[in-house]
Design a protein around this ligand. Structure first.
Ligand SMILES: [Zn+2]
Length: 255
């Protein structure tokens, strides 16, 4: 690695998604070239969990978290849910976290669907506790409720945190980690959060292929764009933000 680059971790991406089928190796090469030394690939269901494990086995700098995303739960049966929980449990030694999982009220306006999300998330949280692994939370318009449901856990990461500053403060008071996605480059709300999140509990991520800071598909190399912007917002040298967020990622995910 050249001396001008920082070692950074993209703590949340979906490199297994079909958006990368044509050029996955190139994307990974660009990430490594940009200084992204570690990528955490997040599964969202049975199929993507399997693919996340495959990626983690193939590349020693890719780690997997296995989860069960709240979106799409209306089409899953209780058997599907149990099968996914069993899958996570049986691969517990190979993974660095449980998730993404949580509550997405933005995409689910109806009460019945939200009840289902809570029921499933409660099970996932129980599993994260049982396995003593970090719980990676996906929450949209439901950050405070998700926070209430994980209060018993010691290791929690709010992936792409988009809630209020108030809930963020309560979360960091418990030692929970706040991960800011590359959406920070475009969103005033996330820039306010970036200023307020304490450096010792801050993580950075792309959520690739989503939330690109540019037009089109996102990719792990772009995490550097958030790093530079967050450094500017916090009035710190980028190197210091890189050092802190990388140390934080290694600590919480035990990398
Ligand atoms: Zn994600």
């Amino acid at each position: 690695m050249s001396g001008t680059k920082y070692e950074v971790v993209d703590t949340h991406c979906h490199l297994d998604f079909k958006n990368f089928n044509k050029d996955r190796d190139e994307v990974i090469k660009r990430a490594l070239g940009a200084g992204v030394t570690t990528m955490i690939n997040s599964g969202i269901d049975l199929k993507t969990n399997r693919k996340s494990l495959e990626l983690a086995r193939k590349y020693d700098f890719v780690f997997a978290t296995l989860g069960l995303n709240p979106n799409g739960l209306s089409e899953t049966t209780d058997e599907d849910v149990e099968a996914t929980l069993d899958q996570i449990r049986s691969h517990a030694k190979e993974i660095v976290g449980v998730g993404e999982a949580g509550l997405d009220y933005y995409r689910c306006p109806d009460q019945k669907g939200r009840d289902r999300q809570r029921e499933v998330f409660r099970k996932v949280v129980g599993l994260a506790k049982e396995l003593d692994l970090p719980q990676v939370i996906h929450a949209r318009l439901a950050e405070d409720e998700a926070f209430d449901m994980v209060k018993d856990l010691n290791k929690v990461v709010f992936h792409c945190y988009s809630g209020t500053v108030g809930t963020m403060r309560e979360a960091v008071d418990r030692g929970f980690y706040i991960s800011l996605a590359t959406v920070v480059c475009k969103s005033a709300q996330h820039q306010v959060l970036a200023r307020q999140v304490p450096l010792d509990l801050l993580l950075i991520e792309t959520d690739s292929p989503f939330l690109s800071p540019k037009k089109g598909r996102n990719e792990p190399a772009y995490v550097l764009e958030s790093l530079n912007l967050i450094a500017k917002i916090k009035d710190l040298p980028p190197e210091e933000v890189a050092k802190a967020t990388t140390a934080n990622a290694k600590r919480i995910f035990n990398l």
